[in-house]
Design a protein around this ligand. Structure first.
Ligand code: B16
Ligand code: MG
Length: 227
């Protein structure tokens, strides 16, 4: 009997686990701030005469500001000092925050809002797991600062995605085990982080067709079908 039970347990796949919580990435999942990241980096790169396009931008999804700059600088024709890099990051962040300041509740689609409400009504715990240090400001702008049970973000982590730290901290805040949570992500780096942390994952947008996702979402409301 014990043997049968342990074999059955070993046969369980991650998608069979009982899901009690959902950890949402922010930029590119809850709202389209990924577009603002692109615009701000593009302006910074153009002003410096550094080639930057949407394909390179894909590699910035989910990774920290400092790591994003290093990726952009791969195309630079000279090296930059640490002080110059700090100034470039500050310039990009100011451009980015100027765009964020124009945001309001209108920047969350009805689909996202109603799906979040339905998930809450189902009794699921909901958290944010974002690499961004601007997370609280964005949530405030879009009127969701007090909606989520917990927020794990770039201000409390030392390693950004694809390291699973931000999601492990989110699960801990929700008092759930990693395999009781699904991570919803638009970044391959975020899906890699979910996989290495032992989370189920749902890819959307740029990560939708990524082979490592547990689930592939065409649309945000599809998350209702996997919990
Ligand atoms: P910040 P997410 C990430 O947010 C973005 O995808 C990534 O492009 C950005 O570099 C990172 O946040 C840091 O953002 O400069 O605002 O601290 O997708 O994990 O919600
Ligand atoms: Mg994202």
């Amino acid at each position: 009997m014990e043997l049968v039970r342990s074999i059955r347990s070993a046969e369980r796949t991650i998608s069979d686990m009982q899901i009690k919580g959902i950890i949402f990435d922010l930029d590119g999942v809850i709202c389209s701030t990924d577009e603002f990241h692109y615009k701000a980096w593009k302006k910074m790169a153009d002003d410096e005469g550094i080639y930057f396009d949407k394909e390179i931008n894909e590699r910035l999804r989910g990774v920290s500001r400092a790591e994003s700059l290093e990726i952009i600088l791969e195309k630079a024709s000279r090296t930059y000092s640490d002080e110059e890099k700090t100034q470039m990051m500050e310039k990009k962040n100011q451009l980015y925050r100027d765009l964020l300041s124009e945001m309001s509740e209108r920047n969350v689609t009805d689909e996202v809002r109603s799906t979040l409400e339905e998930l809450r009504a189902k009794g699921l715990k909901l958290a944010i797991g974002s690499s961004s240090k601007n997370t609280a400001y964005i949530l405030e702008r879009i009127g969701l600062l007090s909606f989520f049970d917990d927020v794990s973000d770039g201000t409390i982590i030392s390693r950004s995605k694809p390291d699973p730290e931000v999601f492990i901290k989110a699960a801990g805040m929700l008092h759930l085990k990693n395999d009781e949570c699904i991570v919803v992500e638009d970044a391959k780096a975020g899906i890699d982080a979910a996989v290495s942390g032992g989370f189920a994952s749902a890819g959307i947008g740029s990560a939708k067709d990524y082979s490592k996702c547990t689930y592939h979402l065409d649309s945000f409301s599809d998350v209702l079908a996997v919990v």
